[in-house]
Write a protein that binds this ligand. Structure first.
Ligand SMILES: *Cc1c(COP(=O)(O)O)cnc(C)c1O
Length: 416
């Protein structure tokens, strides 16, 4: 496989932008692959190599690359105008599609990214409770702003985050009710617990039975807001996200990725009395020039409408077939590993029998993962380059499942 163009572009990019990438997770050695185009489950790189895509832009592309009805909705809007700085019809449509699907979404505010959504959800939680503290989950990811990047391992100004901010963020272990309970008991200055209902940025980790329900009960009892960060799980695990799948309704939730139909997007949503604290009705300020962008909104609404219950069912079925074939291969090759999956998200953790929280995920054998990643890349499969990211399937992966199973089997056999 020739990757000359990618290597050349990377050298050039490294001179112009830190690490040669626009977002750190994209960097890998010897060079990231520069992509030219995508269609369905396939991507083509700058050297003309084709790959089956398992990264899928880290989650937004549940309908695959360039889905015809999403592209046509976006094209139509592009011809009519790309941004107005005034409300528009597509924005109303997208908000209405979201409120129809997401249980906690009595009201919605559109943003441009998941990062903005969680940043504003936390400000909103602080503004309407008058409390400062935030509890988050180890291994969880909520974008790249101060309140959620700061945890015990990242204090000090070297990373640019004020210790005053970091000291308001507490980190609990996922799947441990005890951790959250003891933090809530010790501290009456907690505004909110923010969590991914299914950990999706430490590989994939599912909640234990009743974990989410118990967190809901504890936060209710203490008058602390529960924020589900569904930027990855929203519109992926079901039309209503993890909150619908596990039947636990948070006070607020944040969304992004899939809801933009492949364009930059984010949203926060929640109970009406809380949402009405946002400007211009309330005192909590939140704004954005491109918020509710009509092209994003038109594409997003089209994508949500495409995802019928039948499509979710067949996507999840396709995913479990692949996951069980990977499990079989690991067993056949006598490789110690855990394969975690929920719906159309999965990840392999090497050198460990099970992973139920972020700390255990961190303990996996990343070198072995790196070996698999490189071998798969050489075989024409584009996985996310980190052991702590997630493989995503789309509705368009059906014709590729047999080949994926085969390539996983072959390559797992070699890393032994
Ligand atoms: C991707 C992600 C974010 C950040 O969203 P951006 O659009 O990249 O800013 C936040 N939370 C979760 C759970 C995510 O997966």
């Amino acid at each position: 496989m020739k990757i000359d163009a990618s290597a050349r572009y990377y050298e050039n990019m490294k001179r112009m932008t830190p690490g040669g990438v626009s977002s750190p997770v994209r960097a890998f050695e010897p060079n990231p692959i520069f992509m030219d185009s995508g269609k369905g489950c396939m991507v083509t790189d700058a050297d003309g190599n084709d790959y089956i895509d398992l990264c899928m832009a880290y989650g937004p592309l549940i309908l695959g690359h360039s889905h015809p009805s999403v592209i046509s909705a976006a094209e139509q809007q592009i011809k009519m105008g790309t941004v107005f700085g005034a409300p528009s019809f597509p924005e109303m449509e997208l908000i209405s599609e979201i409120t129809k699907r997401v249980p906690c979404a009595e009201m919605v505010r559109l943003t441009n990214s998941g990062t903005e959504a969680t940043m504003h959800a936390i400000r909103l939680a602080r503004g309407c409770t008058g409390k400062r503290g935030i509890i988050k989950i180890r291994g969880g990811f909520h974008g790249s702003h101060d309140a959620v990047l700061s945890d015990d391992s990242q204090k000090g100004l070297k990373n640019g985050i004020l210790s005053e901010t970091a000291s308001c963020t507490y980190t609990a272990e996922y799947n441990s009710e005890e951790d959250i309970e003891s933090m809530l008991e010790k501290n009456d200055d907690i505004a909110a617990v923010i969590m991914e209902p299914v950990l999706g940025n430490a590989g994939v980790v599912a909640p234990n039975k009743n974990y989410l329900k118990n967190v809901r009960k504890m936060t209710d009892a203490e008058g602390v807001l529960l924020i589900f960060d569904e930027v990855t799980t929203g519109f992926r695990l079901s039309a209503g996200g993890a909150q619908e799948l596990y039947d636990v309704t948070p006070d607020l939730c944040t969304m992004g990725k899939i809801m933009g139909g492949g364009f930059p997007a984010g949203a926060l949503a929640g109970k009406e009395d809380i949402m009405r604290c946002l400007a211009p009705e309330g005192k909590v300020y939140q704004a954005g020039t491109f918020s509710g962008n009509p092209v994003t909104a038109a594409a997003g609404a089209a994508a949500l409408r495409e995802m019928t219950p039948k499509k979710y069912a067949s996507l999840n079925k396709m995913s479990s077939a692949l996951v069980s074939s990977i499990s079989d291969s690991l067993e056949d090759h006598e490789i110690q590993a855990a394969v975690n999956s929920v719906g159309s998200m999965f990840q392999i953790f090497f050198g460990i029998d099970s992973v139920s929280n972020g700390t255990e995920a961190q303990g996996c054998d990343r070198k072995r993962f790196g070996d698999l990643f490189r071998r798969m890349l050489d075989s024409g499969i584009y996985m996310p380059p980190s052991a702590l990211e997630v493989n995503f399937l789309s509705t368009e992966h059906g014709p590729a499942i047999a080949q994926l199973s085969e390539e996983f089997d072959k390559n797992l056999g070699c890393i032994k």
